[in-house]
Design a protein around this ligand. Structure first.
Ligand code: NAP
Length: 252
């Protein structure tokens, strides 16, 4: 992997109908951001992968840090449809996880949310996602797959890991104090070469499981996730929330 990108103004449009440069190669499908219009430059697409059950401020801060530090043009949040390693676990409906992700990202001009994985039947494999994205985007768009460092540490064991190595730079978001040793060792021993960047994000002391526990205990999510996400959780009675509490102040 490699290459560089100069971040140009107006390169983050989410709708190719608004983009005067969109040509045959850059007509982008569905809700994916249009990128790659100017063949003389390189673009960097951040792909924020996660279950987002629910999305929280740690995810948002991590994506913003990746956007800034890696010179990304746009970050597309992509909730996993049926997460590969969670087949034996209870995960909220993709529709709810997507809706919360869309709400949480809606006020940031360089974030978008995509149904790309949620709408795909079967287990979500990152190699398949990247392969499909590679077919959609022209070659002057580089992919940066961003997720938690714990997940990044496992990438070498994922299906078609070599495809992932070939198609994307990896960005592992860690909380302070997280030990990167096992991740570094796994990549050093891998049969193919991965390009990995680690970002330490203090806000990742927050986790989705902590939010779920707080909701089920009737505790507030204030300052842990955008209020609009909290509202959605209560309105749709996720994680043991009671819709009746919504508007009564409890848990909000
Ligand atoms: P996970 O195992 O639930 O998450 C591992 C850790 O990373 C958790 O602490 C989690 O915290 C954190 N995390 C997850 N997504 C994050 C993000 N975008 N930014 C910062 N921290 C994040 O991981 P997962 O959510 O199931 O999967 C993560 C991504 O890897 C997804 O895109 C998934 O499709 C992909 N994946 C692919 C394969 C495969 O292709 N075989 C296998 C596993 C995962 P929170 O719980 O707070 O998010």
């Amino acid at each position: 992997m490699g290459g560089s990108a100069d971040r140009g103004e107006g390169s983050t449009m989410a709708n190719d109908a608004l983009d005067p440069h969109v040509g045959v190669a850059t007509a982008v499908r569905g809700d994916l951001p249009a990128l790659g219009q100017d063949p003389s430059r390189t673009y960097r697409l951040g792909i924020m992968g996660g279950t987002f059950d629910p999305i929280h401020n740690g995810h948002l801060v991590a994506a913003e840090a990746a956007f800034d530090r890696l010179g990304l043009d746009v970050v597309v949040f992509m909730p996993a449809g049926s997460p590969a390693f969670k087949q034996d676990k209870q995960v909220s409906a993709g529709e709810d996880r997507y809706a919360m992700t869309l709400l949480a990202t809606s006020d940031n001009p360089h974030f978008t949310a995509s149904r790309f994985e949620v709408d795909r039947a079967g287990i979500t494999y990152t190699a398949e996602t990247l392969t499909r994205l590679r077919e959609i985007y022209p070659n002057n768009v580089e992919f940066y797959f961003i997720t938690g460092a714990d997940a990044i540490a496992e990438v070498v064991t994922w299906r078609d890991a070599g495809t992932i190595a070939r198609l994307a730079h990896l960005v592992g978001a860690t909380r302070p104090g997280y030990d990167l040793e096992s991740a570094r060792r796994a990549f050093a021993e891998a049969s193919c070469e991965f390009d990995v960047t680690y970002l330490e994000i203090p806000a990742l002391a927050i986790s989705s499981s902590y939010l779920r526990e707080r909701v089920s205990a009737g505790q507030s999510l204030r300052y842990l996730t955008p209020d609009v996400v909290t509202g959605y959780i209560h309105k749709h009675e996720l994680y043991g929330a009671h819709g009746g509490r919504y508007g009564q102040g409890r848990g909000l």
